[in-house]
Design a protein around this ligand. Sequence first.
Ligand SMILES: [Zn+2]
Length: 1014
Amino acid sequence: MAAVVPVANWLWILVFVIVILIGNGESKYIKYNTTSGIVEGKLNVHLVPHTHDDVGWLKTVDQYYVGSNNSIQGACVQNVLDSLVPALLKDKNRKFIYVEQAFFQRWWRDQSEEVQSTVRKFVSSGQLELINGGWCMHDEATAHYIDMIDQTTLGHRYIKEQFNVTPRIGWQIDPFGHSSVQAYLLGAEVGFDSFFFGRIDYQDRAKRKDDKTLEVIWRGSKSLGSSSQIFAGAFPENYEPPSNTNFYYEVNDDIDSAIVQDNPNLFDYNVPLRVNQFVAAAIAQANITRTNHILWTMGTDFKYQYAESWFRQLDKFIHYVNQDGRVNALYSTPSIYTDAKYATNERWPLKEDDDYFPYADRVNAYWTGYFTSRPATKGYVRFLSGYYLAARQLEFFKGRNKEGPTTESLADALAIAQHHDGLTGTEKQHVADDYAKRLSIGYAESEKVVAASLASLTDLASKTDSKTMFQQCPLLNVSYCPPSEADLSEGKDLVIVVYNPLGWKREDVVKIPVTNENLVVRDFSGKEIQSQLIPVLNNSLSLRNFHVEAYLGKSTSVSPSYWLAFSATVPPLGFSTYVVSSDKQSASISKRRIAYKSDTSQNYTVSVGPGKLKLIYSGNEGKLTKYVNSRSKVEESIEQSYSYYPGDDGSVDLQASGAYIFRPNGTKLIKREGQVPLTLFQGPVLDEVHQRINPWIYQITRVYNGKEHAEIEFTVGPIPIEDGIGKEIVTKFTSSVKSNKQFFTDSNGRDFIERIRDDRKYWNLEVNQPVAGNYYPINLGIYLKDNNTEISVLVDRAVAGSSIVDGELELMLHRRLLRDDGRGVAEALNETVCVRDECLGLIIQGKYYLRVDPIGEGAKWRRSFGQEIYSPFLLAFSQQDGDKWRNSHVPTFSLVDSSYALPDNVAIITLEELENGGVLLRLAHLYEIGEDKDLSVTASVELKRLFVNKKINKIEETSLSANQQRAEMERKRLVWKVEGSTEEPKVSRGGPVDPTKLVVELAPMEIRTFIINF
Ligand SMILES: [Zn+2]
């Protein structure tokens, strides 16, 4: 034998020996070494096993949970969680994250004590980490920030109660674009250390991969700056395992990823090949990532239904890859990954005053359609969101009733609806119906809470058990309100309790449908107040009758003849009572002037508005021409028009317009049809201009005495599709404002963000969709300005909007489309409403509000009135003898000291009695820094005067989601380093609350959360 064996031969011998050693024996148990932690100096591949469980999409939330309706999608969350327990027990190094509490809580309540105790150990050891932790993974474009806070709080408080932990990580991997409010408010302000997501614009992503800026420090708020920044990571692809080689191991799925075959007795042994593929994928990702830590999302939608099928392969990868030694693979979670990133001391690029909207996943595919999709769902959610806020206040006033009814089912339904396939409108029709059903059940229960509370508050003086049965009118928007339509000629009066959920005294017009003509309205002192009758026209009546039958399943017997309008003045967080009676003496009718004008064919102008604001119309054309405010001296030429975008049918490049995607194929002006350009009703309370644009667009413009904005109520639909073309309906305001490509849209109803047409702040946009690519989500409003003037439009629900031409603002009000857009929902967005066998295309009625101000003065209206849109008066009705009622009941109430009100720049966004008797209070400063010369300043709220008849025994400031003390959250906060900057600009925040003085300070845009014990 030769003494020296060449190296190559040695290797051969080694392989031979190994093959003999293993191959000749029986295959035997291999203990995979999964103990690896982070290894310094190596590339660390953080394997994060996860499942993404949509709280409703192709199936309903319950169908997903129990695994029914599997012909639509084989998905069962119960399987995921059930199979997770033995899989985690098998190896304590295995880890998993779980996100959606709506599912987790369904499962948790069904588990035995043994399983619960095992799962508690998983959580405390970090094997199972509950992250994000809201009820669902909410949408970030069309959700209102108050709803986002509420649904996150719901989940976080359960997690705290059951496991005594606070989620550390934001995990918004699937929503279609990402908002500033998510980053700073639902990220930093809930105490998250980082925030991860999958969907950003394809052009943006390409650039960020190039210059290694997928991971940034995101400062979402101008006002709160570095004090609420967060480490934000966009994934290099989606939220699935890396795709260049497959690492995908769902049981029975038809995606054919090679498993790690490490049994040499069997064919297809592939360990070296799979290790090489793993290392190659890791190095590819490392090349676009800063530091030597990369994260792999090991899972996707509804995966881990048999968790072992994934973990078995991951065990092997970790074992063999680490044996190989080129990179280090480990079981990890986003928390471990975040801590590893933080420990590197790296400086990170900054993303400031900007968000990740709009999102396109490829050329011509802007996901901006869903900003408006299913406008009725969006409207219903917003209406109930405001109602839920008011209902919780009233529940608190009366005291929570443990036996029920409570506001909990509405909380649950609203939370589920915030899902990114919920109010986005990107779910299948039967799932949209399921959300609506849950909301309706939640409303019905909350309606009882509200009625009982108002009964107990008004009945205080009678010292009897509250017996008043208050009725409410959720279909008031279609002029249906049985209590107000009742015949009042028989000596019964209509008592209306008007509740104001805002912290300010407020005056607003109440409008109710009535059948009698001779009516008089009195305030709680018995004094007659001014009122006005406006006829209910035939088109409203047919709309009313159709929808009452569709939604309530009954036909209406009486029809109202008039709207009765009067101005109500209501104290903060309180109510006033008004009594409507029939009035035999016709003397007072003169106070309720009904004026009516029709068109003439002559040239003339019409001036509309009983107060300082006049809208000028060209009467013969029936067209708005001018907005004149005699107080602010604003005089602006304004025109309004309707047009539609024909939805692309996908015949060119397979990209149709659909539920997610807005893909217009041209634009068409909608011309006015018919003989009567406009119909006018004028009176002392308000003026109304009725315009029938065509057989399926009708609008009423209202100008109220004492208000300086115009309210426009539109009725759009059924959108005609007989020509085989889907249509997306917009309204446009055209002005002479030189906006120079600039406009502003809000982030989830809160901070306004500057938008520049055809431009992005952090990358050079290649424009391929000049309309769809300039669309942004609007929850509060949109405005534009030049050196003299600003024009603002506020909305009553989430809609899409833009400024496609200088001086012009547009809103997309309704969409009806005939093709699926290829993103999974596999249905065309073609909503209908049916009565018996007759189905009509969905009709949308909604409102938007227009105001023009001198430059610098618009914010006050946008903020204060924006809050009034969100929290309208809540009306409750009862038929009583008016005089008797006044003598035996409390006519007016306020929580607040009679000489006190919240400052103009502060709103109460939560007042809620918790199950344990504590009271959750959230106060929000409504203004950004620099937004208003008087109101963008620190505000103070005196809690002693806010809760005038209650004594505060204990007050504790918490994180935004009320699951930990604020001070503790601040102590734990990671202090990230930002590229290029040495000194951070100073940020102002309110100071600690002195427990004896009980004054809360709020700096601009600050929201402070407290748990109070009385
Ligand atoms: Zn999803």
